[in-house]
Design a protein around this ligand. Structure first.
Ligand code: HEM
Length: 287
C-alpha cells in the first residue's frame, strides 16, 4: 500500500489559480485608468513579451522575460508597458515562486478570459534569465502600425504563424486603445474596448474608414471620428488572402474565439523549452 504523502517543502505545489485570482482582482482596481480596466494593457504585455520570437534562430519569445532589461524595456514598441509590468509587481512579490515570464503570459491569458473571451490553454515552465545571462535582442521584431501586409507577413511568418492565425491574433484589437503618448496613434478600435468579442471584425467590415486628417501618424477613422484603425488593420481587409478570414470572423464569433484561443496560446509558448513529453497545452480549463 502506498504511504500517505508527507506534507512540507517537498510537496510544495504552486497555486496558479491563486495567481489568476490576484490578476483578476487587479483588472478593475483603478476606475480612472483608461476605460476602467487594465485588461487590454496586460494582453499587450503578454503579446509583446512573446512576439519577439524568431523561428530561424530560435531566439526571443516569452522565456526569460527579457523586457525587464534595457534595451528591450525602452523599445518604442514597448512604450507604456511599464504600466503593466509595474501592476504585476505586487503579484510577483506575493507569489515569488512564479517566474516573471510565466506571470506575464498567465496575466494575459487570465485577462482575455475575464473580459469575456475564450479559455486560453496555458502551462507554466518559463524561467527568467539573470541580467548578465541574456543576449539583447535586436529592435524591430514587433510590427509597426503604419506599414502594409508584406510587413505584417514578414513579422508573423518569422514567428511561425500563417495567414489565418495572423488575422485571428489581430482580433485582439477589439480590446483597448492607442495612446498618443505611447505609440503616437489615438483612439479605440471598438466601442466596447474592455469586452473580448468579434466587434473589431464587425467594425472593420461594416463601418466606413477614411484617413484621419491630422498632423499625427497615418491612421484611419470612422465618420464619428471616435473609432480608429491602423494601416496594418486596414490591410487585413485589403489583402485578398487575409480578407476571407476577416469576413468569417465578423460573421462567426465562435470560430474567432476558437481560432484566437489556439493562436494566442501558441504565441505565448513560442521558443519556450518545455520539458519533453509535456502536453502542448493544458487539457483542463484553467479555472
Ligand atoms: C495596442 C500595433 C497586433 C494586442 C496597439 C497599439 C499599436 C498596436 C500601435 C497602440 C499602443 C498604445 O498606444 O498604447 C499593432 C500592430 C499589430 C498588432 C501593428 C500587428 C500587425 C496585436 C496582437 C495582439 C495585440 C497580435 C494580441 C494578440 C493589442 C492590445 C492593445 C494593442 C490588447 C491595446 C493596449 C492598451 O489598450 O493599452 N497595437 N498590434 N496587437 N494591441 Fe496591437
Amino acid at each position: 500500500e502506498a504511504a500517505p504523502k508527507k506534507s512540507g517543502a517537498a510537496s510544495f505545489k504552486p497555486d496558479y489559480d491563486a495567481v489568476r485570482k490576484a490578476v483578476e482582482d487587479l483588472l478593475e482596481s483603478n476606475e480612472d485608468y483608461d476605460d476602467g480596466s487594465y485588461g487590454p494593457v496586460l494582453v499587450r504585455l503578454a503579446w509583446h513579451t512573446s512576439g519577439t520570437f524568431d523561428k530561424n534562430t530560435n531566439t526571443g519569445g516569452s522565456n526569460g522575460a527579457t523586457m525587464r532589461f534595457l534595451p528591450e524595456s525602452n523599445w518604442g514598441a514597448n512604450a507604456g508597458l511599464a504600466v503593466a509590468r509595474d501592476l504585476l509587481e505586487p503579484v510577483k512579490q506575493k507569489y515569488p515562486w512564479i517566474s516573471y515570464s510565466d506571470l506575464w503570459t498567465l496575466a494575459g491569458a487570465t485577462a482575455i478570459e475575464a473580459m469575456g473571451g475564450p479559455h486560453i490553454p496555458w502551462r507554466p515552465g518559463r524561467s527568467d534569465y539573470a541580467p548578465q545571462n541574456f543576449v539583447a535582442l535586436p529592435d524591430g521584431r514587433l510590427p509597426d502600425g503604419d506599414k502594409d501586409a508584406k510587413h505584417v507577413r514578414d513579422i508573423f511568418y518569422r514567428m511561425g504563424f500563417n495567414d489565418q492565425e495572423i488575422v485571428a491574433l489581430c482580433g485582439a484589437h477589439t480590446l483597448g486603445r492607442c495612446h498618443d503618448d505611447r505609440s503616437g496613434f489615438v483612439g479605440p478600435w471598438t466601442n466596447a474596448p474592455t469586452t473580448f468579442s468579434n466587434l473589431y471584425f464587425v467594425e472593420l467590415t461594416e463601418n466606413k474608414w477614411h484617413k484621419k486628417k491630422w498632423k499625427g501618424p497615418l491612421q484611419y477613422e470612422d465618420k464619428s471620428g471616435q473609432l480608429m484603425m491602423l494601416n496594418t488593420d486596414m490591410w487585413l481587409l485589403w489583402d485578398k488572402k487575409f480578407k476571407p478570414y476577416v469576413q468569417q470572423y465578423a460573421k462567426d464569433e465562435e470560430a474567432f474565439f476558437k481560432d484566437f484561443a489556439a493562436a494566442f496560446s501558441k504565441l505565448l509558448e513560442l521558443g519556450v523549452p518545455f520539458p519533453e513529453g509535456s502536453a502542448a497545452a493544458s487539457p483542463t480549463p484553467n479555472k
